[in-house]
Write a protein that binds this ligand. Structure first.
Ligand SMILES: *Cc1c(COP(=O)(O)O)cnc(C)c1O
Length: 381
């Protein structure tokens, strides 16, 4: 059996919607995008949703809207995707890394305050694998130090924190619709915020700093006229992507149920195996199960994490690792000191992410479980 790490859940609904858009003659950002933003906003229960062409663009515009600039410090977890520090660098601001908790891989909130200086302007929690961070504590710290809370919610659609949907909690929340994410438009992203001023600024910045989008322009008395109010970016999405997003949004909860069922099967299978520790989800929240990470108990095994991944691949199963901590990349070698991130290092050495995607068949889940058990049992010291 061949099991990919991920397979997008695309049916005739998306195909029909995309071909409908192609036939309509309107391809770029227009009323399908406006409708996607509206539906997304209603689903999350927030004031504004601004659509862009990637999660990275969403983070970049959110930081700009929050007023982050040269020399400002932004606090984020050491174990996150490269985009997190990258967008801070776009603004000539300074990424400041905090360590994570071992069992949840979430930003360790008790390590935030010691990183705050006179230049700190924002904290950027990342909801690892879909599990929301300790938002109450983070917001409390942010309020005490006058910091913006910009959430990297690339994994957390849908995710709940004390009953609230991620996207309706911090000042600005950034989603990704990259091909592997829980809702995909191929490439895409969205920022949600209750702040109308932030939303207006991001709407302008996503299209060259132009004050009105092309669809609205068509309907005014002087359709050719527009203003450029500041230097912007080419971050707008297309109606092709939004047509797909609208279909994906309709089945988001159903796709979540499928992920939950797979996670339950894995939990049941691994809960009584001491070669591997289950990923911990805190009681007051729900993960999207974008990732199903486990921790190998290396102390008990004669093989490394890397060797385990090779052996699983030999049996046709693709695994992944989330994430290579930022301080391990050559471009950050002289910037961050690895010795400060012992939990990130601990988790990185023993983390593997198992395949989990809607449409994954029960027999595929069982094949992963059986092979994992087989390899781990025969690799005991
Ligand atoms: C996927 C991802 C992003 C970036 O999203 P893109 O849409 O690929 O730009 C940002 N942060 C995290 C944690 C991600 O996993």
């Amino acid at each position: 059996m061949e099991i990919p790490f991920h397979k997008p859940y695309i049916t005739d609904d998306e195909i029909t919607a995309v071909t409908g858009c192609l036939r309509s003659g309107w391809l770029t950002m227009g009323h399908k995008t406006a409708e996607f933003e509206k539906q997304f906003r209603e689903y999350i229960g927030c004031g504004n949703a601004v659509s862009v062409n990637s999660g990275t663009a969403a983070l970049h515009l959110a930081l700009l809207a929050a007023g982050i600039g040269k020399g400002d410090e932004v606090i984020l977890p050491a174990m996150t995707f490269a985009a997190g520090a990258e967008v801070v660098n776009y603004l000539n601001a300074v990424p400041v890394l905090v360590d994570i908790e071992r069992e949840t891989r979430l930003m360790d909130v008790s390590a935030i305050e010691e990183k705050i200086t006179g230049r700190t302007r924002a904290v950027m929690p990342m909801h690892y694998g879909g599990q929301p961070c300790d938002m109450e504590e983070i917001i409390e710290i942010a309020e005490a130090h006058n910091l913006m809370v910009i959430e990297d919610a690339a994994h957390s659609l849908p995710s709940l924190y004390r009953g609230d949907k991620v996207g309706a909690i911090g000042n600005l929340t950034c989603f990704s619709f990259y091909a592997t994410k829980t809702l995909t438009t191929g490439e895409g992203g969205m920022v949600t915020t209750d702040n109308d001023g932030f939303a207006r600024r991001m709407t302008t910045l996503r299209l060259h700093g132009i004050s009105r989008d092309p669809w609205k322009r068509q309907n005014s008395d002087a359709p050719w006229r527009y203003d450029v109010t500041e230097t912007g970016y080419k971050y707008n999405t297309t109606d092709i992507a939004s047509a797909m997003g609208l279909e994906q949004l309709k089945k988001l909860e159903a796709m979540w149920e499928m992920r939950k069922r797979i996670a339950e099967s894995y939990n049941d299978a691994f809960s009584n195996m001491d070669e591997v520790a289950l990923y911990r989800v805190k009681e007051d929240r729900e993960t999207s199960w974008y990732l199903y990470p486990v921790t190998l108990n290396l102390e008990m095994l004669s093989i490394s994490r890397d060797r385990f991944i090779v052996e699983m691949l030999e049996r046709g199963i693709q695994l992944s690792v989330h994430f290579i901590p930022l301080y391990r990349f050559s471009c950050y070698e002289s910037v961050f000191d690895p010795a400060s991130y012992v939990n990130s290092e601990w988790a990185f050495e023993r983390s593997v992410s198992l395949p989990i995607f809607p449409g994954m068949a029960g027999e595929e889940v069982n094949y992963v479980i059986d092979n994992m058990r087989d390899i781990l049992k025969s690799s005991r010291k």
